[in-house]
Design a binder for this molecule. Sequence first.
Ligand SMILES: [Zn+2]
Length: 206
Amino acid sequence: MYPKPIKNFIDNFSKLPGIGPRQAARLAFWILNDKKNIKEDLKKALEGLAGKVKSCDFCHFAIENGDNNKCAFCDNPVRDHKTICVVEKETDLATIEKAGVYKGLYHVLGGLFSALDTAIPKNLKIPELASRVESKMGADNEIEEIILALSPTHEGDLTARHLERLLKPFKVKITRLGRGLPYGSDVEFADAKTLSGALESRKELK
Ligand SMILES: [Zn+2]
């Protein structure tokens, strides 16, 4: 129905998370009709992403390429370095940070277990989390708590159970977000009040 360049735009943009073909079509026409040269700005923004962002050596949150290997959270001595909040993705971290109640460090897993595949996903930063905890659990037990801030979904549950088994030998307190977040919801889209409540009512996994 649409001319080839528009169809091509729709095919590519509907590969993005949260964008279906209908929204992609709407975007295509909005961009075509825009007078403010947004095409150039978008092109620059896309090019700006490529090769200019890497991840923190410690928590795997995104940082700008350069000499630094630590993100602003890991590098901040004022934050509580004895608590690690494990999240599925960077945007979950942003939601928790915006809620303004958490002052510890993070660990970005980069995904969750799949409900359809029993194998441990290889791309998740799980071994990195284990070695991060192991390296801090010497004589002074530098980590006191690990909060699993994973979405209350089947995938989140599978991942939390695996992490709990994996981290148990380190004898660290492991908690999971408590009440308020409805089952099947996503941490990323929780409002600040719900998230603060879920953090405060977090439960220890035993
Ligand atoms: Zn970091």
